[in-house]
Design a protein around this ligand. Structure first.
Ligand SMILES: C[S@@+](CC[C@H](N)C(=O)[O-])C[C@H]1O[C@@H](n2cnc3c(N)ncnc32)[C@H](O)[C@@H]1O
Length: 238
């Protein structure tokens, strides 16, 4: 198994599963993903006049919640057209939609108020680089909020949940999404993703502060939030 996801293969896989992605999500999470997405938006506290980016917006579930929750300045970004086209149909002109990459965001320094993401970080080939890039694009006081599947660490529940993810999810993915390989990848991508503490540490190392996380669904899903600090003293012009 490769240590990092291969971006070309990841994009081809999301292009393939795009038409059945939402249905598979609802089934895999027993419908709980909507509540976790709401918690993601609540943790971000987007300002109505600030720019909020949904990183890796996919078919637009999070972005939809953002705009229906009152965010007038919402942007969705994703490299896969097959995913973005669903969002375009769903949201019309209510958000700006961009094809792009988490590692090279098309924004000037310190311009965004929030970056939110759901189930995206695991798929990136350079997680540290993407966190640093998010930090660059956020304004001081801006928030980075990420919902993600996380390696199971609980003593008894962990091994049971891991077995379920390794066996049942690929099987369901074969039946429902017609793509067993994509959902086998999903199980591997969780195993190689940093656990909650390690991800919090990565955020800290890249400059974020006020880092918090909480877990859902017996510890299999984590929501991290972090803030780009406001400098304690002003920076003076030379
Ligand atoms: C599991 S889906 C999540 C989609 C959506 N955020 C949701 O909540 O359902 C992962 C998404 O990440 C996107 N993605 C993959 N590599 C990316 C990258 N380098 N930068 C931004 N998004 C990426 C994929 O195209 C896909 O839409």
């Amino acid at each position: 198994m490769d240590a990092r996801p291969d971006p070309t293969r990841v994009r081809a896989m999301f292009a393939r599963i795009a038409p059945r992605y939402d249905r598979m999500n609802r089934i895999m999470t027993l419908g709980r993903d909507s509540a976790w997405r709401r918690a993601t938006i609540e943790a971000a506290v987007p300002r109505a006049d600030g720019w909020t980016l949904d990183l890796g917006c996919g078919t637009g579930d999070l972005l939809h919640l953002l705009v229906t929750g009152g965010a007038r300045r919402a942007i969705g970004l994703d490299p896969v057209e097959e995913m973005v086209s669903h969002t375009r149909e769903r949201l019309g002109g209510r958000a700006i939609l961009l094809r792009g990459d988490a590692l090279t965001l098309p924004f000037a320094d310190a311009t965004l108020d929030c970056i939110v993401s759901a189930f995206v970080l695991r798929n990136l080939d350079d997680l540290g680089g993407a966190i640093a890039e998010g930090y660059r694009a956020l304004a001081p006081g801006g928030r980075f909020v990420a919902l993600e599947l996380t390696p199971h660490t609980m003593p008894i529940v962990g091994p049971v949940a891991r077995t379920f993810t390794r066996l049942a999810i690929p099987w369901l993915g074969g039946i429902i999404a017609g793509d067993r390989a994509a959902y086998t990848y999903l199980a591997h991508s969780i195993d190689r993703f940093p656990d909650c503490r390690a991800l919090a540490h990565m955020l800290y190392e890249r400059g974020f502060r006020k880092i918090r996380y909480r877990r859902f669904m017996l510890g299999s899903v984590a929501l991290h939030s972090a803030e780009k600090p406001i400098p304690a003293t002003p920076t003076w012009r030379a």
